[in-house]
Structures are given as C-alpha cells and as structure tokens.
Design a protein around this ligand. Sequence first.
Ligand code: GCU
Length: 472
Amino acid sequence: MNKTRRYRRMTLLLAIALCPISQALAQTASSPATTLPAPIHLTAEQDHQRTMELLSITTLRPGRSGKPDAPNAANYDESKANPVPDLPDPLILDNGKRVTSAKVWWNQRRPQIVELFDREIYGRVPKDTPKVRWEVTATKHTTNGDIPITTKTLIGHVDNSSYPLITVDIQLELTTPDNVTGPVPVMMEFGFIGPFPRRPGAPAPPPPPPGPTWQQQVLAKSWGYAVIVPGSIQADNGAGLTEGIIGLCNKGQPRKLDDWGALRAWAWGASRALDYFETDKAVNAKQVGVEGHSRYGKATLVTMAYDQRFAIAYVSSSGEGGAKLNRRDWGEIVENVAAINEYHWMAGNFLKYAGPLQWKDLPIDSHELIALCAPRPVFIGAGATNGDGWVDAKGMFMAAADASPVYTLLGKKGLDATTFPPIETPLIGGDLSFRQHGGGHTPAPNWPTFITFASRYFKSPPSTKPSSAGAN
Ligand code: GCU
C-alpha cells in the first residue's frame, strides 16, 4: 500500500471510529432521533475511494486537462476523435430483435434503456421519495422591460419526518406576465446563484450578447419563466452525498453503487417544481420547458429523458455526461466525470468505465438518453470550438443524429441533417434540433433560435393589453 492510500485508509478508519461519537452527539441533540443512524460525513476523496473499493477497483485512468500545453491535454483533432463510433442501436432489443413498432418501443425497449441508465450511469431514484410541500414565501408585482410581471418566490419543503437530521428546502422562483389571460407556458432554468463555475484555466465567461435577456425573450412570447436552484436539492460535490435529497433518502448513509447521483437528484427536484406548476392556475403545466447550461445542461437532458411531462428542453453545452457521445475522444471524457470532482453527478457504477472497463464496454451511450426524450422536442446547443471545445459540439450533434430513428419510429422527425453543419447554422426543421453558436461557453447566443423552435410547440395565450414587445 503506498503512502497516499495508507493515509486515505487511515482517514477512513478514523471517520468510522469517530462515528459513535457523532452518533452520540446527534442523539443528545435531538431526542426523537434516538433510533436513527447518525449522518456519516466523508470527504469527496473518502467517498470516491469507498466507491472504488466497493467496485474492487484500485486505480482509475486519469481525465484530460483543458490546458492545451498539459501532458494530458484534451484531444481536439477530429482524426483522433473516434469519429465513427460503434454505438449500441437504440432500436435493437436485448434479445437481438429489431424494434419495429411504437408499442414495442414503449413496452419493451425503452424500459430496457432506462434500466441501463439507472444502473450504470445516473443511478436509481428511490421507489418512495418524500413528499414536497410548496410554500409561496413572497409575491412581487414588477416589470421586466416594459412587461408587467408577477414573481412568486417558493420553497419546496421536503418531508423529512423519516430522518429529521437532514433538511431539504428547494428554492424556486416563478415569473408570469400579467398582460395575458389564461395560463401561460413556462420555461424553467436550472439556475446558478452567482456566476457559472469555471474549470481551471478556462477563459472568463463571454459578456452577455446585447439585446433582451432570455427572460425578456420568453416574456415577449407571453410565456413565463422560472428558475430552480439545484444546490438547494443536492450539493454539487461528493462530500454532500450523505446530505441533500440523496442523503435524506439514505438516512445520512453513503450511497450504494446504483443509487442516484446529483444529476438525477436535480432532475427529481425539477419534477417536483412541475408538480407545483400543475397546481398554479397561472401556469399551463402541459407546456413547461426545461433549460440548463453545462452541468445543468446535463441535468436538463436527464430531466427531459426521465419525466415525460416536460414538453420541451433546451440542453446547452451539456458535453460529457450529457448529450456528448461517451465513445468520442474530444474535449472532456468519461475519465474526467469519474474523477473526484465530478463523480457525484453519476451513479457509483459509472466509475467502472474509467478503469478497468473501457468506453466501448458501456452498454448504452448518450444518443439513447436523447432517444428517451422522444417524441418530445429537444434543442441541443453548444458554442464554438474556440471557447467551448470541451463540450464536443460534434459529439452532441452525432448523438442527436443517432437518436433520430426513434423519433421517426414514433411518427416525428429527428434531426434534419446527417452531416455536421457549419457554425451558426440552425437545424430546427425536425423535432430534434441543433445549433453551434459562434461564442464561448454560454447558452445566451442560442436562446433566440431555441425560442423560434419552441414557438412551433408553445402557443402564446391571448394578450389583454397590446405590448411593444410584440407578443403573438
Ligand atoms: C467542468 C466540467 C463540465 C461541466 C462544466 C460546468 O468544465 O468538466 O463537465 O459541464 O464544468 O458545469 O461548467
């Protein structure tokens, strides 16, 4: 055992040894909790190591660096990117038979794909998750641009009666335009508090493009918008896996190998927000879209794939762990997501594919996650290679193209191209759509194209007052 491993093992043993102490503390602090296990606190390093030990893995292959001069720099050479990967066919059943009807897709093939994503990639949501009670904590009447709006601040109190040592309060904000009659479509964003987290060495985020914000663009259609805060559902780190909704469901104990990771936890929170929208008369809950960028782009795709009530998705720069094919060697790779700073997004089982297994051993790939969204419309966006190369726009385009046969089977039109388009070419003729904008790692430049695409599906409610923003 080398020094680092010995140190890690000692820290782990120490944590376990200290357990009775924290248990005692928890029991004194809260008498109803006397029969409950004390929450375990591990660092991300300890939990990552614990996961490897459960998998009997001693080493993982390292990820790539975003720094071009690093010895393990990410690949940006198309000839080395495995451009024609041998992908599993979403329309072949486990028994080798081809799926030729929508019925077989819904009843047999789709559940097979879901099971693989649950077990190997994103983890399973527990069968019984606690109820959420939504409370409107504030209502404000203001304007955005020249549109009068109502903004509700909400908290989703997650029932923690089964384990009162963990509290989860989901933060959500809903804004609807006042100058319309009837319930409105809503676009919900997985939102950051503060700026997007940046990978080390990444350039500063590009300034927002001039013109209306995404919220103003949405209001101009007489739609509403919402922001849900992922960190209020589940922390964005491995140390938090015994807290948040995952920790609450596990009574403060570490995850099993097929337990859910943060992406599914965030998606679960988005579904609870949709439960609330179904009860709010200002919202047309049949027309709720979801949008997110980068790690929240991944969460957006997972949300759309798993909850068929969401009507449309804008998946921005989701990259590895999102829409990018795992079998592509371009920018970020499987090994990065299996590492200490990102593994918490996924199920523990995902680590296997960064050692000893290979990418080709994955029983599924991201085109099948996109296929789970069918027949509902999905827009996949990214920025230019210079600034957003890490997310592999082409790998995401290829995944959308390979998901398209499922849309066709269900009577819809997939991506309306099979060759990668020049930058800034919107491909919005099908129900799967794609555009690579000319900017960096930002969702902003693709919003107008996404709204044009979404306008085919979401109708604006009748206006009560004419507005210069031109709702139609
Ligand atoms: C890192 C990470 C990406 C992620 C991004 C973000 O760059 O490697 O997978 O999408 O952070 O969320 O900003």
